[in-house]
Design a protein around this ligand. Sequence first.
Ligand code: NDP
Length: 515
Amino acid sequence: MTAMATETKPGAAVPATVPKNGGAPNSWGLGDGQAIPWEYAPAPESREIVTIRERYGLFVGGKDVASSDGLTFTTIDPSTEEPLAEIARATEADVDTAVRAARQAQSKSWGKLPGRERAKYLFRIARLLQERSREFAVLESIDSGKPIKESRDVDVPLAAAHFWYYAGWADKLDYAFPGRVAKPLGVAAQVIPWNFPLLMLAWKIAPALAAGNTVVLKPASTTPLTALLFADLCRQADLPPGVVNIITGPGEIGMALVTHPDVDKVAFTGSTAVGRKIAQGIAGQGKALTLELGGKAANIVFDDAPLDQAVEGIVNGIYFNQGEVCCAGSRLLVQESIADLLIAKLKDRLSTIRVGDPLDKNTDVGAINSRAQLDKITELVAAGVAEGAELYQPACELPGRGFFFRPTLFTNVAQSYRIAREEIFGPVLSTITFRTPEEAIEKANNTPYGLSAGIWTDKGSRILMMVKRMKAGVVWANTFNKFDPTSPFGGYKESGYGREGGLPGLQAYLRLEDR
Ligand code: NDP
């Protein structure tokens, strides 16, 4: 793969030769203004560790069962567009069976276990996830398109960390909320997206089980495989049947699940549009609800920031996981006095990003999760160009097959442009300048979302002043995309409500009563 910087139009052919001094500034990097002149040898992770079955059933009551009408759908590898497996397509009758299995397990087995016994199972799951981490990481990359170095170093370790963390709470519910008695809610319906399939499963299942609930979880249709491998891990951990149930199928099955009358708690991560439908669908049913929805985070760089570190934070903020991240730093707000220098450094850094095979250990940006998502990104990037923003993409070659998109940087962006307002969910960064902290705050908050933000500055007092005035659930200072199971995560406004992670994430699965 060549990795040299140049200006291109979206979809334009990559020039065969790149002009000397192809856009990289003399001030940085390799010193002579040239982009990397050599290529990395392929370093593919082996697929051997994973056995992908031809067909997968639903995981209900501890058993692998076909859907009641026998229908299936296909999950594909987004980096090759090849089919991977046939997946059972649940019906409403299957949803009902799964909720009954969860109810029975909650009232007969799981709900009666003392916390220390539940903790043993959760510790066991955490340990098994670590033992089988390579298998989960490879499968996650194959099914979702994310680079193996991210599934290996971020998704799977963090998923295990959530089970470790919540296992520790399971026997401490009596002390966690002073003066209150904590009781499980009952049966939780959980619907998760495709961008962090295993990690979102862990965010949902670990606190639910620690609190004494049982669950029925629906993964996204494009990424069901690690959830189904997790079903296998539940059997390996001897989890009582019905404590975890996994049903696969389209959005309407997600709706049938969350609106099922015997569900007590609903947890959803995904788009704001679907979050809204779910809130409407369950209105008046008395169910507890947490919604973790979209975002359009501002990553704000002041003129006193350590610029080289900021560049790494910006790259991590928007190109991590192909930018398919709800809290991605998709709006770069840069102080006008340093804008030219920062953009030059950023363009130079972009020329070193490697796009390609998700299973190659050198890959930084893998495949976009689906054709539909690639089309959405392409459409929004074209809208950015049409509205007048200036487009920059490094001239890396893209694989001939699969859903790939070049890391994209827009400058000259007005706040009214679609690329500055809409969640793109792709490797696309929109740059906006500001002069004063006041202006930065106003522009950062000028969005219907409020999930996350980043601030880069040398001054601690400025960080504290900004954090207080920004409407974002998480604000990172001189870093970005840092996650920890002890730290609550969630949004304001159209980014949803409720918190996951930490003690608030546990409380979302409990009913607190007076002693
Ligand atoms: P969705 O919100 O449609 O999907 C998330 C989950 O909800 C999936 O499991 C999906 O099932 C399910 N679902 C879909 N429709 C319904 C429904 N009516 N009732 C209940 N569950 C439903 O996201 P998309 O995959 O369509 O992505 C569209 C956009 O959403 C992205 O471009 C991105 O902007 C945003 N998004 C945000 C995420 C976040 O973490 N905040 C995550 C994913 C997407 P199925 O897969 O079967 O359709």
